[in-house]
Write a protein that binds this ligand. Structure first.
Ligand code: APR
Length: 241
């Protein structure tokens, strides 16, 4: 669908903070530990090579947790789905999150730049498969029938996904909003700078100012489930959508 010239182009980047009120822990709120692990123990290619059992176990636990009855999208995820309905292809939603809460909140198009928990990837062909159960070094890959499956997660030191599409959208953005992300991890933390250089109005929506806060034109401070629906409703009424 072509974009509507009368509406602004909006790029939204979300991080772990948007899912915090849904019961998923953020990465950097507990002495830098993620569910009791240092990221280097579980989120690097080296960790997977040295201790694959631990890495499989860790992501199997995260995948199971995501599917528990008490983990559900919150008002912020739902508001972004409402924004997508109003702005259509003028909106690009990029998430660093590997959960599926944006989709369950109603968003149709979500760029998971760091991969997805509910997916497995063949390490040989790079083919991906929807996957909701546990898997490990004994699980046969559906494409090559060998034991080549790895979590479909972008680890530290690996290239995030969809970078070409994201940089293209940032270069055309009129508005850039970062929601619930601390601004510690690149390249996502650099998106605000690129959007600014393209002339976009930049907004940080977070519980507290992130490390790149000075680069934003505007700050919305508070829990995502309050500030995101408010901002979305204001934008929708501004453009009478
Ligand atoms: N509403 C809004 N913001 C919140 C909330 C909330 N309810 N709760 C926490 N936050 C904020 C925190 O203040 C923090 O600034 O969300 C941010 C979460 O930051 P991180 O834990 O660093 O998560 P994120 O920025 O998504 O991490 C980026 O790092 O480990 C990697 O690949 C992983 O995608 C991840 C990346």
């Amino acid at each position: 669908m072509p974009s509507d010239q009368s509406l602004p182009n909006i790029v939204i980047l979300t991080g772990a903070g948007i899912s915090a009120e849904s019961g998923l822990k953020t990465f950097r709120d507990n002495d830098g530990l993620w569910e009791n692990h240092r990221v280097e123990e579980v989120a690097t290619p080296e960790a997977f090579e040295q201790n694959p059992s631990l890495v499989y176990r860790f992501y199997n636990a995260r995948r199971a947790q995501l599917q528990q009855d008490d983990v559900n999208p919150n008002a912020a995820h739902e508001a972004l789905a409402k924004l997508e309905k109003a702005f259509g292809s003028n909106l690009m939603l990029v998430t660093q999150n590997v959960d599926d809460l944006h989709e369950r909140g109603g968003s149709q198009s979500v760029y998971h730049m760091h991969g997805k928990l509910l997916s497995a990837r063949c390490a040989i062909t790079q083919q991906t498969f929807d996957w909701s159960d546990s898997f490990d070094h004994t699980t046969k890959c559906p494409c090559c029938n060998r034991v080549t499956l790895r979590p479909d997660i972008v680890w530290f030191g690996e290239m995030p996904m969809y970078m070409e599409e994201i940089y293209d959208a940032l270069s055309k953005a009129d508005v850039f909003v970062a929601i619930g992300t601390s601004g510690n991890v690149y390249p996502a933390a650099g998106f605000v700078q690129i959007a600014k250089e393209s002339g976009a109005h930049t907004i940080e929506a977070n519980l507290e100012p992130g490390v790149t806060n000075a680069l934003f034109d505007e700050s919305l401070t508070g829990p995502a489930s309050h500030i995101v629906p408010q901002w979305v409703d204001q934008l929708i009424s501004k453009y009478a959508l």
